[in-house]
Design a protein around this ligand. Structure first.
Ligand SMILES: Nc1ncnc2c1ncn2[C@@H]1O[C@H](COP(=O)(O)OP(=O)(O)O)[C@@H](O)[C@H]1O
Ligand SMILES: CC(=O)N[C@@H](CCC(=O)OP(=O)(O)O)C(=O)O
Length: 301
């Protein structure tokens, strides 16, 4: 592809303006969670892959954690296996776990790896089982209504929470100029598989790597109030109020929880951003205002 002189001069101007941002993030690790809803169109997928390759080319270290909820749902439907969600987590019996592992570790992981590589990157696909990248244990979910004297424990099957992350493996790949692409499957003490919400894995990976940023790409403009306004710079207390009054529910629950936890765990900032916007990742890095919902220990910018 060649550019005419006007277009080339515009590109040169944009690149030059990006320089201070590039310098700020050179050598830093950014963990990007790529959600199943933000990978529906080919155009968005290509844009995402190009953003990741460009980041790596200018010396920033992206680590990708992906979801694939809609893709799991599609195969479960085809197999006539019903599934439902509790607090944004898929209730996962043994048959569902098999499907989750096939779809996330196989189809979706390799699709993203392939896409990044086709655009000039060197992506390596991993699940939490590779070199025990993500050790996990069963997640306990409890629920208590005002009428109940004690919380009720709900069994949601093979759903896990992260116990530890093998950062040596990720660091080795990053140093070798590879782009790790991680599927959110954990391995238990006895080698059993766990289905883990991808937001939670991204948050724990970001914490363990002491990443500069955690970016959670989703299918909505950010965390919103009841009037549909995007909220930013929230504290834990404000988030808890929004959960209690029902403003935050479903898939946004694990997302906001891990955004807060990552920042408390040492990540500089967490961002919930709209993956439907072309080049969302670059827009977040290379603009002052950023896009979507920012969670940080610092004052909102
Ligand atoms: N307060 C809120 N602000 C924005 N989205 C919310 C809120 N509460 C619940 N949601 C829901 O959370 C969804 C995002 O979670 P999810 O569908 O799991 O995304 P992803 O697949 O990207 O992880 C939104 O599409 C929206 O339906
Ligand atoms: C326990 C749990 O809910 N696991 C998720 C894992 C995939 C995921 O998180 O995908 P998205 O980010 O696209 O929603 C699931 O089974 O759908």
């Amino acid at each position: 592809m060649t550019l005419d002189r006007d277009a080339a001069s515009h590109v040169a101007e944009v690149l030059s303006e990006a320089l201070p941002y590039i310098r700020r993030f050179v050598g830093k690790t950014l963990v990007i969670k790529y959600g199943g809803n933000a990978m529906e169109s080919e155009e968005l997928k290509t844009g995402f892959a190009r953003d990741i390759v460009l980041m790596k080319a200018v010396g920033i270290n992206p680590v990708v954690v992906h979801g694939g909820g809609p893709q799991i749902g599609d195969l479960l439907n085809r197999l006539s296996i019903e599934s439902h969600f509790i607090d944004g987590m898929r209730v996962t019996d043994a048959a569902t776990m098999d499907v989750v592992e096939m779809v996330l570790g196989g189809q979706v992981n390799k699709d993203i790896v392939n896409l990044i590589n086709r655009h000039g990157g060197s992506a390596i696909g991993l699940t939490g089982k590779d070199a025990e990248l993500i050790r996990a244990r069963k997640l306990t979910v409890s629920r208590q209504t005002p009428e109940m004297t004690q919380p009720e424990i709900i069994d949601i099957g093979h759903v896990g929470e992260v116990v530890s992350v093998n950062t040596d493996l990720i660091n080795m790949l990053v140093k070798g100029d590879f782009i790790p692409v991680i599927a959110p499957i954990g391995v238990g003490a006895d080698g059993e598989s766990y289905n883990i919400n991808a937001d939670l894995v991204a948050g724990k990976v970001a914490e363990a790597l002491k990443a500069e940023k955690l970016m959670l790409l989703t299918n909505i403009a950010g965390l919103m109030d009841k009037q549909g306004q995007v909220l930013t710079g929230l504290t834990t207390e404000q988030v808890n109020e929004l959960i209690a009054d029902g403003t935050i529910y479903g898939g946004m629950l694990p997302k906001i929880k891990c955004a807060l936890e990552a920042v408390q765990g040492g990540v500089n900032s967490s961002h919930i951003i709209d993956g439907r916007v072309p080049n969302a990742v670059l827009l977040e890095i290379f603009t002052d205002s950023g896009v979507g919902t920012l969670i940080t220990n610092r004052k909102p910018r």
